[in-house]
Design a protein around this ligand. Structure first.
Ligand code: BG6
Length: 279
């Protein structure tokens, strides 16, 4: 079942329910803000103070960072993580498949507004399959007459029992850039959390496990060389109006990305695919 819903101020989203799971996706940002397999805890985290407002990014779920991840390289006045997460996308396909999964495709094409910020012609397609697992594939196509450079992320917020209970497996041996100390470091062991973490890991393996007390969430990544790992901890949470002070305890971001040195050049007529299967 796919239902088109609208909040009071005209904020539109799709609610999907099938034999495997339920999910919610907004048209602004093609933002999946809920995914829950049947009889299981939600996999994605959503802030209790998340705001659903036109032009504002939602705190939780899976914001899409495009055409740049983080701050713009040259112009810090431009929106952090680019404009895809606050642009209105178009639903181009929704179908229920024979295996009871649901397939949705959303599209964002360059327009006068995006070209004022980033002067290139492009198409983004976000293909989402909702089944026992959540399968996301973003295809970025260059429709311009010149190549462009992008950095991207599927900025997934995961719902966890407690930040101090979890372990990230698959990052051992990876080099990372620590955005807090501005230094490069090497991750020798599996990652656990005792303080704020804001890092970009490089040469990341395809499979990452988020091991929690009573379950393991698995990420199977495609087209991604970096993984961003973020938890704001207490002090930073206090500075965010859309996050409760203690909100950091039940979330962690593992972001399937091509960030910093992994930025991609997409040639004329070429496409770049970034994807993740979560379950
Ligand atoms: C992470 C960054 O990807 O996103 C952090 O590494 C940033 O530095 C976080 O604070 C949240 O960003 P925003 O723009 O959604 O508040």
């Amino acid at each position: 079942m796919i239902i088109e819903k609208e909040l009071e101020d005209g904020f539109k989203y799709l609610e999907i329910k099938n034999a495997h799971a339920e999910a919610k996706i907004t048209l602004q940002g093609a933002h999946i803000f809920h995914f829950k397999p049947i009889k299981k805890e939600p996999i994605l985290w959503l802030s209790n103070l998340a705001q659903f407002k036109i032009g504002k990014a939602i705190r939780g779920g899976i914001p899409i960072c495009f055409p740049w991840f983080g701050k713009h390289k040259l112009d810090p006045s431009l929106a952090q993580h680019g404009f895809a997460r606050t642009s209105i996308w178009k639903l181009v396909l929704s179908e229920e498949l024979e295996d009871n999964t649901t397939h949705i495709i959303l599209e964002l094409t360059s327009n006068l507004e995006t070209k004022k910020i980033w002067n290139y012609d492009f198409t983004l397609h976000l293909a989402v399959t909702i089944g026992e697992k959540l399968d996301i594939e973003m295809t970025i196509t260059n429709r311009d007459k010149k190549a462009f450079e992008i950095s991207t992320a599927l900025h997934s917020y995961f719902n966890i029992s407690d930040i101090e209970n979890i372990l990230i497996e698959g990052v051992e041996g990876c080099r990372y850039f620590d955005a807090l100390s501005k230094k490069e470091e090497l991750q020798n062991e599996k990652l656990n959390f005792t303080e704020e973490v804001d890092r970009v890991y490089f040469n990341i393996s395809k499979n990452i496990d988020l091991v929690d007390k009573n379950r393991t969430i698995k990420l199977e990544q495609e087209g991604s060389n970096s993984l961003v790992i973020w938890n704001p901890w207490l002090e930073k949470s206090k500075t965010m109006s859309d996050m409760e002070d203690e909100g950091y305890k039940t979330m962690v971001c593992l972001e399937t990305a091509n960030a910093l040195e992994d930025s991609q050049i997409v040639g004329v007529g070429e496409s770049h695919v970034l994807g993740v299967v979560i379950g």
